[in-house]
Each structure stands twice: as C-alpha cells, then as structure tokens.
Design a protein. Structure first.
Length: 125
C-alpha cells in the first residue's frame, strides 16, 4: 500500500531541489499517485455519504406510515397488527442507518461512540 505521508514528503523534497529531468519525471509520477489516491478517497467518502443519507432518508417516510397506521388503529379502522408491522419497519430502517453509519467510521473513537449509544439505549429499555 502507498505511504501517502512518504509521497508527500518526497514531493516537498523534490520541489525544493534544483529542477532536473529526473526530478521532473519522479515528481510527475508522485503527483499522479497523489491525485489518484485523493480521487479514490473522495469517491469512497462520497459513496459513504450517499449511503448514510439514503438510509437516513428512509426513516422519516417509514415513521410517517407508522404514525398514520397508529392513528387509524386508535380510530378502530385497523387491527393492532398493522401499526406493529410499521413499527418493525421503522426499527429496521433505524438499524440499517446505524449499520451504515458504523461501517463508515474510520476511528475507534467513532465506533465507541456508536457502541456507547447502543449500550445506553439498552439500559433505558
């Protein structure tokens, strides 16, 4: 795997040396490596952002379905099984959101924050 700090250090070092054909060739290769890595990181972060936002955006409509079913149940228009089904759907969407959020973490501190929140919820319920 590429050591990006080493690439950056080498670029800085070569940029401060006299301009030679060899230095220019090496710099060109290093610039390409750096740019490709930045593009890959950007694409990964963009995909993660899209996945997290998609999951988050799934929650509200599902919750609204639950609220409507619960209201209709309270008006004796629906059987109790219907709002329970919608509540399970809401829980599923929240779970998927947390899973995608967790999968996008890059540090132990982020993962521990999510784990702590889940533990706190267990204690409350």
């Amino acid at each position: 795997m590429l050591d990006l700090a080493e690439i950056e250090d080498t670029i800085n070092e070569l940029e401060n040396q006299p301009t030679t054909l060899d230095n220019c060739r090496i710099l060109a290769d290093l610039y390409i490596c750096k740019a490709n890595n930045e593009k890959a990181v950007y694409e990964q972060n963009t995909t993660l952002k899209d996945d997290v936002e998609n999951e988050l955006n799934d929650i509200l409509p599902t919750y609204r379905n639950y609220v409507d079913a619960k209201r209709r149940y309270q008006l004796h228009e629906l059987n109790v099984d219907v709002p329970i089904k919608y509540m399970k759907d809401v829980c599923k969407e929240i779970k998927e959101f947390i899973q995608v959020l967790y999968s996008g973490t890059s540090t132990i501190d982020e993962r521990e924050a999510i784990s702590k929140m889940i533990s706190d919820l267990k204690e409350v319920f």
